[in-house]
Ligand binder design. Sequence first.
Ligand SMILES: [Mg+2]
Length: 278
Amino acid sequence: MVIGFYLRVCEIHLVIRMEYLFDRWGEVERALAPGALLLLDYDGTLTPIVERPELAILSPDMKELLKSMSRHYTLGVISGRSLADVKGLVGIEGLYYAGNHGFEISGPRVELVKPEAERVRPILVKLCEELREKLNNIKGAIVEDKGSTVSVHYRLVAEEEFEHLKNIFEEAVGPHIDSGVVKVTHGKKVFEVRPNVEWDKGKAVLWISGIVDSKGELKPIYVGDDRTDEDAFLALKEKGITILVSEGPIESNAKYFVKNVDEVKTFFEGLINLQTQK
Ligand SMILES: [Mg+2]
């Protein structure tokens, strides 16, 4: 009983600790004085969540904001999408891009493909085929082969079909989890199968930060909306500015929240203003 109560108190404590970013603008502004390394998730952060992944197109005004920001700050986009996909969707030269949650990274003077991802590739190809075949009868299920990882999207699947989909997914992936080859993470209406190695958005963010800013002079900022972004929030907890896109404060490793993609834009406008007013 005592432990249960304590945990509940901790949860509440965590919820209360998260601050609305614009209530704390002064402290953010002060922290950014030395310059910033801005690392951004894509889906749900730069574009609203949509029904099918291919519909998440960057709006012209968001693209303009990113371009303006890239003149003043070092910018990276860190996505669960494949590297080629996220690069194509953002379409701005000179940025750092990390695809497949950081298994592939590319940017000025940097190229990284984690070798573990290449080793697991043959298994993922087979798994993809199997999942496509078995989920074929479930309307709305999308199996996406992203090279180093595989996603099963179920946003368009009827609620009463979800258990069926989950069972098929678990049956297909289970043996590869048991043999230690892959692991599964759970995002917004998506299951993701990835190589079972200690590498995630948090490790990727620290890796990029080490390359771009080896002396640690820039303030890292991370903005994301999903569970996989929690790794990045955690990695930057002490030294960075971490911002969750969420309608309200929830339990998260992020220190601040903004409510939606429009407020992400407002934040970017604020960052640009800080530079142009200098
Ligand atoms: Mg996202």
